[in-house]
Design a protein. Sequence first.
Lengths: 344, 264
Amino acid sequence: MSNSFLTASQQKTRRKNFVTIVTLLVLIVITFVISMNTGVIKLTPMEVFRTLFGQGDAQQQLILFEFRLPRIVIAVLVGMGLAVSGAILQGISKNALADPGILGINAGAGLAVMLYISFFPTTKAAPVYLLPVLAFVGAGFTAILIYTLSYRRHEGITPMRLILTGVAIAAGISSAMIVLTLRLTPENYQFVATWLAGSIWGSNWRFVLALLPWLLILLPFVYAKSRVLNILNLGELTAIGLGASIERERRWLLAAAVGLAGASVSVSGGIGFVGLIAPHLARQLVGAKHQFLLPTAALLGGFLVLMADTLGRSLLEPSEIPAGIVVAVLGAPYFLYLLARLKE
Amino acid sequence: MSVLEIDHVAIGYSSTLIVNDLSVEIPKGQISTIIGPNGCGKSTLLKAVARVLRMQNGAVYLDGKAIHQLKTKEVAKRMAILPQTATAPGGLTVFELISYGRFPHQAGFGTLRKEDYEYIHWAIDVTGLREFSDRPIEALSGGQRQRVWIAMALAQGTDILVLDEPTTYLDLAHQLDILLLLQKLNKEEGRTIIMVLHDLNHASRFSHFMMAMKGGNLVVNGSPKEVMTKENLQTVFNIDAEMAVCPYSKNPICLSYQLYDIKE
C-alpha cells in the first residue's frame, strides 16, 4: 500500500501497523496449534496436522473436530466479539474504562441464566441449547432498560449518563442474583458459578453456528463505521460540526455493541476484562484510528480468550479453570499498571 | 449581503430561555464577533447556529435555507465549527486529526482521495504545522494544539468558520497569532468568520461586524466604531471604560476601565 501523498514517517507507521496485525495472526495460529495439543489425550503436533488435513484415525478425528476445534473457534470468536464491543463503547463514550460489562450485558445474561436454572432446575437435560438464547434475551433486555433510563428528551443519550446507569443496573442485577443463589441446589449452583466465571462451556459446532452469523454481520458493519467512530471520539460538538448524525450513529453502534457482547457472552458465560483490555492494548499498539484499532482489538481479543482457555484447560489438568478467571488474573495486573501510569 | 440569517431565535428550555428572541444577519465574507458578559448567551447562540442546540423558536437560515432542515452533512460542507473545549483522544497524530476534517466529503470506508490530501496539506501549510504533522497531539503546546484544530476546520473546506473563543488559555503572542491567521484566511480567501471573543480589544481590532449581547438579548450590533462606545460598554458590561484608538486598526479600544459602584 504505497501512497505518494504520505510522508515517509506515515508510511512507516502504516507498515508497523500491518506488521502488528500479522504478528497477532501468527500468535493466534501458534496458540491454536498448542490448544489443539492440550487435553487429556496427547497428540503430537504432527498428528494434529495430519488429522487436520484428513489423515488421522477415527479417535483423533473425533477429539480434534468434535471437541477441541469448535471450542477453539468459539474462544476466538467470543474474544473478537467482546473486544470490538468494548472498542465501540470506549469510542462513543470517550471513556477508557467502558466495557460490555458496564452496559449490563454480562449481568443481564447471567440473571436470565440464573432465573432459568432456579425455576426450572429439573429439566436440566433439555436446556443446554436454550441457555444461549436466554442469555442473549437477558442481555438485550438489560441493554434496552439501561438505554431507556438514560435517555432524556432534547438531549438524547449522553455517554456519561449511560455509563452511570449501566453501573447502577449491573449492581442491582448482581444483588438480585445473590438472592437467587439461595434457591439453588449445590450442583446447580456450581453450574451457575462456572457460567458466571466465564468458562467456554458451549463447545460444539451448534454454538459456533449460533455465534458466527452475529459476528459475520456486525464486525463488517462496525468496521465500515470506523470513520464515524473516529470523529465521535473527538467529542459531541466536533462530531456534529463535522456532519455526523451523532444520535443515530450512536444508537446503531450501541446496538451493534450489545449484539456482539450479548452473542459472545451467551456461549462463553461472563467473561469480563477482554472488552476492556483488548481495545486498550490495541490503542497502545496502533493508535487511535479505528481503521487499525478495530481489527487489532479483535485479534487481540481472540488471542486473549484462546490463550486463557488453553491455559485454563492445561494448568490444573484434568480439571479446568474457567477462561474468564484466567483472563481476569492476567488482566487485573495490566489494568493496575495502566492506572499507575495514568497517575504519573 | 448576509450568509447567515438568525431569525427570531429562542434557545433554552421551556421554563428558562437563555436566548429570548434574537434576530441578526451575519455578513458574508467578513469577520463577525459576538461579545458580552459571562452567561449572556453568546456561546449558546453560536451553538444554535452550529445546530448543536435545538431552538425553541425561530430559525437560522444558511443562504436562505433553514439550517435545521438541511442534511447535517451538507451543512458541514459549508460551515466548520471549532468548539471551545476540543480534546483529541491519545495517540492521534496531527496529520490524522486534520484528516478527520474531510469527514463530510467522504463516503464508505473513507480512503482519502487526491483532493482530500490536497486540502489536508494546504491546511497544514497555511497553519504552519508542517514540521509537527507526524507528532502526537498531546506532545504539542496549547497554541500549537489550537492551530491543529483550526487546521482541521480548514481541511473541511468550508467558506464559513465558526469559532467559540479560539484564543482562550493562550498567552498574548499566541492569541494574536491565531487572530492574525484568521484575518489572513478572511482577507486572502474571503472566508466568513464568526466567533465569540472575550477580549474586547481583539474583537474591535479584527472584526468587521460586532454583536454585543446581554441577558440573552442582542443589545447592539454594527461596525466596531458603532459598537465599541463608552455608552454601549456601560450598558453591556456595566463598566466605566476609558476609550482610546487602536494604532493598528484605527478602531476604538478600551484603554482601561472601572466598575461603577467602586468609583464613587
